[in-house]
Design a protein around this ligand. Structure first.
Ligand SMILES: *[C@@H]1O[C@H](CO)[C@@H](O)[C@H](O)[C@H]1NC(C)=O
Ligand SMILES: *[C@@H]1O[C@H](CO)[C@@H](O)[C@H](O)[C@H]1NC(C)=O
Ligand SMILES: *[C@@H]1O[C@H](CO)[C@@H](O)[C@H](O)[C@H]1NC(C)=O
Ligand SMILES: [Zn+2]
Length: 438
């Protein structure tokens, strides 16, 4: 278990350097991400009436707000909780509007830049203290995650195999870790991806955690042993590699891929609206500048196309598709694109019910679960629906912690509890697969 304990770390230079400048040398001089969030706010809106919802939707189209939760304005209804990121120069207008429309709200983050810098300085201090051990309770840059994968591939040759399924828009390799002992007997498989949306950093942290736990416990834990004996796990720690990289270097709240959109200055496509399943019909945007832009055509994004090709090729033996997002604390299954339940509802429903119960047993954290359309909002072109439609019977999307207090800036302190409880849910779903339903 050498590598799980120790590794050489080469942290991106950018953050520590900035941290040093912030701390000692020139306070106020160095700002992360070019100070782009100075004075921005994150506000939670609580529309209570139909009229307020209507007003909110109108406001959305005039003011520049970025929805943090949920990410589709069309499905906001009375009683919804809507978190928005508002730029500094528009925040007065938004507050005035809220008073005018009599919409209840709370300010979650007063100054996003300050919050971000505090969050990041804590992170850097923490990492500096643990240079000698691979720290699974830290967020890692893309480069670090890929180094880690290469190391595992070298160290655990019998049980891990790392390969690439293609390249991203910007030419980065799309790496997968395949876990499980090779065996002559037929083995099913589980697909796990994290980081479809760049800013949801807890996702890749969970994928790393999952791999670590599998390697550390498959000898001692009968459940893990059974999982790895009977199944392969394909783990893609960072799906949207370009976007994730960009969220470290330029824009912490970047969500989409980084492809160019011809004729527009806005970049990127929502990699979770780009799948060929009722593509761009509802809960997705046709406009390249929107965060839920579905792209010019299905699978236009090389990352989506590569994964779709892989899943198509292996769908006969892939039994489950698990995709990790944040935040909302939900466990979702199809359909996402319509208000309907899937044919074999009861098997999937009972798997979700038990998984959520197992998750709650650790720290009492409550997850809602159900068809995505009922539980979250309608969205077409999602990977989860696509996987289900393409013959993978158990298809789930996790929305991990929290419910908005930290939102995308979930502190590193919460990586361990979040991953520990999520691990139980994933194991529970997997054990469910290995039994005959129900
Ligand atoms: C993983 O290791 C194997 C050898 O054990 C090697 O053939 C393969 O190229 C490695 N994968 C990557 C992506 O480097
Ligand atoms: C799954 O979770 C349920 C509910 O908490 C529990 O009763 C069951 O034992 C768990 N199964 C496994 C295999 O962990
Ligand atoms: C759903 O039901 C069909 C027919 O009853 C069966 O072939 C299929 O395997 C079932 N899928 C799941 C997820 O159980
Ligand atoms: Zn997401």
């Amino acid at each position: 278990m050498k590598f799980l304990g120790k590794s050489s770390r080469q942290r991106t230079v950018f953050l520590p350097l900035c941290w040093l400048l912030l701390k000692f040398l020139q306070p106020g001089r160095c700002h992360l991400y070019n100070n782009r969030y100075a004075g921005d706010k994150v506000i939670r809106l609580l529309p209570k009436t139909e009229g307020q919802v209507h007003a909110l939707k109108k406001m959305y189209h005039t003011l520049q707000v970025d929805l943090w939760q949920p990410s589709s304005i069309s499905y906001v209804s009375e009683g919804a909780v809507v978190d928005v990121h508002i730029l500094q120069n528009a925040s007065q207008a938004l507050l005035a509007f809220l008073h005018e429309a009599n919409i209840q709200y709370t300010i979650l983050i007063k100054d996003l830049q300050k919050t971000l810098e505090k969050d990041s300085s804590l992170r850097t201090q923490r990492n500096r203290r643990s240079l000698s051990a691979y720290n699974y309770e830290a967020y890692h840059s893309l480069e670090e995650i890929q180094d880690w994968m290469h190391q595992l591939n070298k160290t655990y040759t019998g049980i891990i195999h790392m390969f690439s399924i293609g390249r991203s828009y910007e030419g980065r390799s799309l790496f997968i870790l395949k876990l499980g002992r090779r065996s002559r007997a037929y083995k099913g498989a589980v697909w796990i991806d994290c980081g479809i949306h760049a800013r949801e950093w807890i996702g890749p942290a969970f994928c790393q955690w999952f791999v670590k736990e599998a390697l550390l416990t498959y000898r001692s834990d009968p459940a893990m042993k059974k999982m790895l004996n009977h199944l392969y796990f394909y783990v893609m720690p960072v799906f949207n590699v370009d976007g994730y990289h960009f969220s470290w270097t330029h824009d912490r709240f970047w969500r989409k891929t980084r492809s160019r959109n011809s004729g527009f200055h806005c970049r990127g496509v929502d990699a979770n609206r780009n799948w060929k399943v009722k593509w761009c019909v509802e809960g997705a945007s046709m406009h390249p500048c929107d965060d839920t832009y579905c792209g010019p055509f299905p699978e236009s994004e090389p990352e989506v196309k590569a994964v779709a090709n892989f899943l198509r090729k292996h769908r006969k033996h892939i039994r489950a598709y698990l995709s990790f997002h944040a935040y909302a604390q939900m466990l979702l299954y199809p359909y996402s694109y319509k208000y309907a339940t899937i044919p074999n509802f009861s098997c999937v429903e009972s798997a979700a019910h038990k998984a959520v119960k197992a998750l709650r047993s650790v720290y009492g954290v409550q997850y809602r679960y159900g068809p995505a359309s009922h539980t979250l909002y309608v969205s077409s072109g999602s990977s989860m629906d696509w996987a289900y439609k393409n013959g993978i019977p158990y298809s789930f999307a996790f929305e991990l912690r929290d419910t908005g207090y930290f939102g995308f800036l979930l502190p590193e302190m919460l990586i361990k509890p979040t991953c520990t409880e999520t691990m139980l849910a994933v194991k529970n779903i997997t054990m469910h697969l290995l039994k005959k339903c129900p």
